[in-house]
Ligand binder design. Structure first.
Ligand code: PLP
Length: 389
């Protein structure tokens, strides 16, 4: 029946992460460092508010844009934490995870022929969403020598006058790189010079280990050019509740709300109620999780460096992205052979774009015991491989 699929869907490659984990699913006793999902459960006060909402019979649709109480709470939260100013009436849309927000941004602003500039490596959904919106993608390499930060020199190399949207995704999945104010200011100049819009996926903004996150939207003149995307999945361990949001200029949010209204109607009400509670009562629980991630982060970086591999110190999110090129294996070969020999699942860097070659992504959103056991097995694999070269 493949002939019935639209050609742009038929040619869409499966996610490099999924492809690999289909293989993992067929094996026993595998330690997986593959999934980008908190190992914590949602803080109790948040779960309790979800349960209570069901007891009260709150099982209906909300307004398309999401509960006003949540948008109001978010407006306050974004102002106090990131210095961002959004009108809860018309500049914030609650979505079904940040995933829907990314899709809506692409569909609302892109037309066939437009080009999206996507940092490489980065999260797997930007390029497919751009393609589904009829646009094409120019990858912008972020390099280890630049601490995986996005540089204007690299943007200049791939720029085309057809470019309409730039994706910024920092703290970055998979590298853990961050961008500070000095890094972002030249990007803002580039954006103005070429009259671009920016999709800023700030979903890891709470998970930083070196000072506070600077949001691109907070830079002078960037409020209206930026579509600020975030969500509750990572910060509050709420992946299954499916609550994200996009904030930005009212006209653009209005366009996205029209698409959302016809395709999603609204985000789940229980998740929205729980998200309000997360903003009100889960800051300490969130900070405790960040402290724990930070400890594991240092454990992982140390572990990879002990193996003799170069390992960039990630300053955000919950991934390490060690350089495995010394083993003379491609990132896909490394991941496959490691899985077969030691039963440890990691994601090949190339799943996140061509510049991910020579690296693997390991999530440290796993227990310390699992991380220590995984490090032990990876060390064994790397030692054997290096000894046999
Ligand atoms: C950078 C980035 N953006 C968005 C998402 C999707 O998040 P959500 O669960 O809110 O859809 C992820 C999930 O891994 C991510 O890493």
């Amino acid at each position: 029946m493949n002939k019935y699929l639209a050609s742009h869907v038929a040619t869409l490659p499966p996610s490099g992460i999924r492809k690999f984990f289909d293989l993992v699913a067929t094996m026993k006793d595998v330690i997986s460092l593959g999934v980008g999902e908190p190992d914590f459960v949602t803080p109790w006060t948040v779960r309790e508010s979800g349960i209570f909402s069901l007891e009260q019979g709150q099982t209906m649709y909300t307004s398309n844009a999401g509960l006003f109480e949540l948008r109001e709470e978010l407006s306050h939260h974004l102002y106090t934490t990131l210095g961002l100013s959004y009108d809860p009436h018309q500049e914030i849309l609650i979505t079904t995870g940040a995933s829907e927000a990314v899709d809506l941004v692409m569909r609302a602003v892109l037309e066939p022929g437009d080009v999206v500039l996507v940092p490489d490596p980065s999260y797997v959904s930007y390029a497919p969403c751009a393609i589904l919106a009829g646009a094409s993608v120019h990858f912008v390499p972020t390099l280890a020598k630049d601490d995986f930060r996005l540089r204007v020199e690299e943007l200049d190399k791939v720029y085309t006058p057809k470019a309409k949207l730039l994706v910024l995704s920092f703290p970055n999945n998979p590298t853990g790189a961050i961008m500070n104010r000095e890094d972002l200011l030249p990007i803002a100049e580039f954006v103005v010079k070429h009259d671009l819009l920016v999709l800023a996926d700030d979903i890891y903004s709470d998970l930083t280990y070196d000072g506070t996150h600077v949001s691109f939207a907070s830079l002078p003149g960037m409020h209206d050019r930026t579509l600020f995307v975030s969500g509750f999945s990572k910060s509050y361990a709420m992946t299954g509740w499916r609550i994200g949001y996009v904030a930005g200029n009212a006209d653009l949010i209005g366009g996205m709300t029209r698409i959302h209204q016809y395709t999603m109607l609204c985000a789940p009400i229980m998740g929205q109620i729980a998200a309000i509670e997360a903003l009100r009562s889960a800051t300490d629980a969130r900070n405790d999780m960040v402290t724990e991630y930070d400890r594991r982060r240092r454990l992982m970086v140390h572990g990879f460096r002990q193996m003799g591999l170069d390992c960039f110190e990630p300053l955000g999110a919950f991934y390490v992205f060690p350089d495995i090129s010394k083993t003379k294996l491609s990132s896909e070969e490394f991941a496959e052979q490691l899985l077969k020999a030691e039963k440890v699942a990691v994601v090949p860097g190339t799943a996140f774009g061509p510049s991910g070659e020579g690296h693997i992504r390991c999530s440290y959103a796993y227990s310390t015991e699992q991380l220590l056991e995984a490090l032990k097995r990876i060390t064994h694999f790397v030692e054997q491989r290096l000894a046999n070269l």
